[in-house]
Design a protein around this ligand. Structure first.
Ligand code: Z5A
Ligand code: MG
Length: 216
């Protein structure tokens, strides 16, 4: 049986990642959606406390930047057996954020270098397609839910947007031309969904003919 495709949806806050992942899962036969961070595991619960607490306190001391970065990566590694089982069983895996959020959000702090930030994810499965939903921060601010968590501030989001540009330049290049696509997330939900579905179908065709790679 051919392996399943690994499709990653990335983007800034409120770009519509979760909306699009759910739509894609509902439209693709034999697909499975996983969101990172997975806040349900013990590691994920530490991450959740970090994200939902905006300052140092006795009940929740601020985690050092490298330490929280490694926990985000550990949260992906703990999902590895399940990711591989799905792909081997031929399921299309849709990931709502992945290592690229990990790199961009951490390097935006200015305390971690690019190579340090990407190193802990080396060895994880490499996506067959990355769809980056791009949205100006001032548009994202107008969408429901912006502002509730640690990174949901305009200055942070602006820095992260610049860091995602660097991630796209460094990770999206190479011989697999077109595997990283930037989609204008300011369009209507259905319009974006059609583009995402088209990219997903191409990734599924690619995955049938090519072995799964690992992040190198
Ligand atoms: N993080 C990290 O630091 N390191 C890591 O390794 C990883 C993550 C994996 C987790 O956030 C935080 O962790 C995140 C990065 C960091 N911090 N920030 N910022 P999360 O993923 O759990 O965040 P969330 O609460 O799910 O928000 P989100 O993912 O940023 O939003 P979204 O999924 O992109 O958007 P949405 O929920 O689909 O849509 C938002 C609203 O907009 C909703 O009302 C929709 O109906 C509406 N919407 C969606 N699409 C459209 C269009 N096209 N037009 C108009 N309105 C729309
Ligand atoms: Mg989301």
């Amino acid at each position: 049986m051919p392996r399943g495709a690994l499709i990653v949806i990335e983007g800034l806050d409120r770009a519509g990642k979760t909306t699009q992942c759910a739509l894609l899962e509902s439209r693709l036969y034999n697909s499975r959606l996983i969101k990172f961070p997975d806040r349900t595991t013990p590691i994920g619960q530490v991450i959740n406390t970090y994200l939902t607490t905006d300052s140092d306190s006795d009940s929740s001391p601020l985690l050092e930047d490298h330490a929280i970065h490694l926990l985000f990566s550990a949260n992906r590694w703990e999902a590895l057996p399940s990711l591989l089982a799905s792909l081997e069983a031929g399921e299309t895996l849709i990931l709502d954020r992945y290592i690229y959020s990990g790199i961009a959000f951490s390097i935006a702090k200015g305390t971690l270098g690019y190579e340090y930030a990407r190193a802990p994810d080396v060895g994880l499965p490499s996506p067959d397609a990355v769809v980056f939903l791009d949205l100006p921060v001032d548009v994202a601010k107008g969408r429901a839910g912006f502002g509730g968590e640690r990174y949901e501030r305009s200055d942070v989001q602006e820095r992260v947007r610049g860091c995602f540009d660097e991630v796209r330049r460094r990770e999206g290049a190479g011989e697999r031309h077109g595997w990283w696509t930037v989609v204008d997330a300011g369009q209507g939900i259905e319009k974006v969904a059609e583009m995402v579905e088209d990219l997903a179908v191409r990734a599924m065709i690619w995955a049938k003919k090519n072995e799964l790679r690992r992040i190198e």
